[in-house]
Every structure is written in structure tokens, then in C-alpha cells.
Design a protein around this ligand. Structure first.
Ligand SMILES: [Zn+2]
Length: 417
């Protein structure tokens, strides 16, 4: 029964409206949202949510959009939230996006009309091979597209409009949350979970259709502060211990063939220097530590400790401090306590006619932070590809499948309650 819903979609029209609004976030701004223009999209979304009948839709002072789709059943169904972010990456301009739609894609490279140097090559974008017959949306090559994450927003909006328009579909209370500043790591800084009132959530911000991600990296930062011994270079023999050279020696000993981003993939973590600065007397070296398991993180921290210890043997009068701090943790630790979140999502993907694939993210998401704030939150595909670049693309068919997945998921939570 449930798989025989006749979907009518508004997702592509919505998507094209949303990408026309520049919502680039700014890591150098201390305000929230980091850029006021994100509220322009927020205000439009609130207007559209009210237009479909969600009277409580609101944009708060921090730039978060909240709305409720009221339950259509008396059953006690957990309150589930669908979440996407409104900002786009600071890495690439999102102003004046001019989308082109390649209808009924038949394979091959896609040239972007605004810049001859920008070509989405089939050889470099193997995911295109699964898009034959689909309508692919790209930019003109002069900006990013913003499918990350406006595809997710359009899919949630489309699903919301569909659910409100079909009150015979049974579902519990559904919450909608659109956040600012995800791309600069502040997406959940000012979220009001009390007000949201959800028990479980899904971000709709993944890549390939059918994918669900319930694992992220666990992440630590490591800061090495080196105090060397300074002396006049003309009279330094046997006295000077150069902090810059100590820092360089540590970097030189970091593993190269393994345990670094450029030589690992899949489930292997890494140690990765992200900053170095200093002078003769003092230098600092900043690194990030990534792994999927706690034990893996600890191994890498121990390796770093060992390298530092070995290097310092050559510099007996210098001192070093190694400071390791947690950044975020693998959401799986939380999500595994509530296996139905993932099970229902896989079933919803199946009912939308796709083969579900469970995978992990070599990074963190708003969902990893939300999970540890008490709102378990895996990530469902939005269909976005080549994000943060001018080659970004998404297909209409994948966006429609994501919207259908959301509708099925709302129904499954009610069915299984
Ligand atoms: Zn995103």
C-alpha cells in the first residue's frame, strides 16, 4: 500500500528558487548567522512553510528556521525532525548562481556555458554513469550550485507540502529545522533543542541516492608548543636549539605512506598537520587526529607522543607541550543505541525504489554534534555531488527520490509506533 503513493513533486522548482539566494557563510564573522543574507533564504522558507499551512513556522534571531507538521494520528509516535543547512561553502562563490538543466542526460561530459575551463567530465565524476535519462542541474561554471544543502531543503519542503496536502497519510508530529553556518562548523551552536522538541532527527545532506550515513569520524585536535633555546647566531655553537627546526623534525617524522589524508581512504584515520608557525625561541604545530574508533584515535595520539619524544632527545634543553583536545565523536556511538532510526530509514529508501547503502563519512556533520547533544541524527542522501565547487551538480530524479524517502520515513515511524 505505502509504496503505491502517487507523488507530485515541487522539489526542482523550489530548488531553483533557493539557489538564486546567496547564503555563503563567513568563518571570519563572529555573529550568528555569520552572514545576514542567510536570513533572506530563511524568511522565504518561513513564508513558503506558512503558505502550505504550517502556522508556527518561524525564523529566529540567530537565523534558524523551525516549523511543525502536526500529527495525523492519535497514536503515540516519536517526534522526528528533518534538518538541512541554508548556508553554502566559503570556498566558492554562491552569488548570482545561473543554473542550467541538462534534460535527459545521455552520458558524456557536461560543459558549463559560463566558463569554457569548467567541464564536468564523466571520467572524473563516475556517479554520472548512474544518471542516464535524468535531468541534471549544474551552474554556468562561474559559481557553486548550492545543492549542498539547498537540495536537502527543497526535498524537505517538497515532502512537507506533500504530507500537508495528503492528510490521509498517517504520521506523527514532524519537525522541520533549517540551520545557518554548517559549513563553518557552527550549524548547531544556537539551536534550541527544547523548542524543537524532537526525539530523533535526520540531516538530509548526503551525496549519492540511496545512501545513509550513520558513522562519522571521531576527531581530536593536537597542539604542540615548542620552547627552544635562543642565542646570537654568531655565537650559537653548542647553545642554540632552534624551535622551528624542532617543529620541522616532528613534521618530517609523521607517517607518509599511511596515516595521512593523502594516503588513506575508507575506514583508515590519520594524523594531519594543519598549521605551523614560530621563530627561533618558540614554535607551534597544530594537527588534527581522525579515526572511526576511540582506540584508533588513541593509537594515533600515542604515535604523535612517541615522535615528539624521539625528536626531543636531540634537543635536551628545549621543552615541548602536547595538548590533545576532543573535537567531536563518531555519531555511531549514540545511534547504535536506537537501531530503529537507521532501520526505518533503510526501509524508507527501499520503499522509494532505491537500493539502500549504509556508509560512513570521513568527516563530521551537524548530525554528529546533534547526536551527542541528545538528538540522534544520521545523514540521508540529498543527491548533491561535487559540492563546494563550480562543478557541483544534482539531478531532479535524485531530489525527488529523497523527498519520497522523507515521506515514507514519516509513515514508517507511525506504522511501527
Ligand atoms: Zn552540507
Amino acid at each position: 500500500m505505502s509504496s503505491r503513493i502517487n507523488f507530485t513533486h515541487t522539489v526542482t522548482e523550489r530548488f531553483l528558487r533557493y539557489v538564486a539566494i546567496d547564503t555563503q557563510s563567513d568563518p571570519n564573522s563572529a555573529s550568528c548567522p555569520s552572514t545576514e543574507k542567510q536570513k533572506h533564504l530563511g524568511a522565504l522558507l518561513v513564508q513558503e512553510l506558512r503558505d502550505i499551512g504550517l502556522a508556527d513556522a518561524e525564523l529566529d534571531v540567530h537565523g534558524y528556521v523551525y516549523a511543525t507538521i502536526p500529527a495525523t494520528t492519535d497514536k503515540r509516535v516519536p517526534v522526528v525532525c528533518f534538518c538541512s543547512h541554508m548556508d553554502t561553502s566559503p570556498d566558492c562563490s554562491g552569488a548570482g548562481v545561473k543554473p542550467q538543466i541538462v534534460s535527459n542526460y545521455q552520458g558524456g561530459d557536461i560543459a558549463l556555458p559560463g566558463d569554457p575551463a569548467q567541464v564536468i567530465r564523466a571520467a572524473e565524476h563516475p556517479a554520472l554513469a548512474d544518471q542516464i535519462g535524468h535531468d541534471i542541474i549544474t551552474t554556468d561554471g562561474t559559481t557553486l550550485l548550492g545543492a549542498d544543502n539547498k537540495a536537502g531543503i527543497a526535498e524537505i519542503m517538497d515532502a512537507a507540502a506533500f504530507l500537508v496536502g495528503h492528510p490521509q497519510i498517517e504520521h506523527g508530529t514532524i519537525k522541520i529545522l533549517f540551520t545557518p553556518d554548517e559549513e563553518i562548523g557552527r550549524g548547531v551552536d544556537k539551536v534550541d533543542l527544547q523548542k524543537l522538541g524532537a526525539e530523533f532527527a535526520y540531516t538530509i545532506d548526503g551525496e549519492t541516492a540511496g545512501h545513509l550515513e550513520d558513522e562519522t569520524f571521531s576527531a581530536d585536535s593536537a597542539l604542540i608548543t615548542i620552547a627552544g633555546v635562543s642565542a646570537h647566531p654568531g655565537f650559537a655553537k653548542g647553545k642554540m636549539e632552534h624551535a622551528i627546526k624542532i617543529a620541522a623534525a616532528i613534521v618530517e617524522r609523521l607517517p607518509k605512506g599511511t596515516c595521512s589524508p593523502e594516503t588513506t581512504e575508507g575506514r583508515d584515520g590519520f594524523l594531519h598537520p594543519i598549521g605551523i608557525s614560530g621563530a627561533l625561541e618558540q614554535a607551534t604545530l597544530a594537527l588534527i587526529v581522525r579515526d572511526f574508533t576511540e582506540a584508533g584515535l588513541q593509537d594515533k595520539a600515542a604515535l604523535l607522543q612517541r615522535i615528539v619524544g624521539e625528536v626531543m632527545r636531540d634537543y635536551p634543553r628545549s621543552t615541548v607541550k602536547l595538548d590533545i583536545k576532543p573535537q567531536y565523536r563518531n555519531m555511531k556511538q549514540v545511534i547504535d543505541r536506537h537501531p530503529q532510526i537507521v532501520d526505518f530509514a533503510l526501509e524508507a529508501i527501499r520503499r522509494a525504489g532505491l537500493e539502500p547503502v549504509r556508509s560512513s563519512i570521513r568527516g563530521g556533520t551537524d548530525g554528529s554534534r546533534l547526536s551527542f547533544m541528545g538528538l540522534p541524527c544520521p545523514n540521508i542522501f540529498a543527491g548533491e555531488h561535487a559540492f563546494h565547487s563550480r562543478l557541483e551538480w544534482v539531478s531532479r530524479q535524485d531530489m525527488e527520490k529523497a523527498a519520497e524517502t522523507i515521506v515514507h520515513l514519516a509513515m514508517i515511524w507511525a506504522e511501527r509506533a
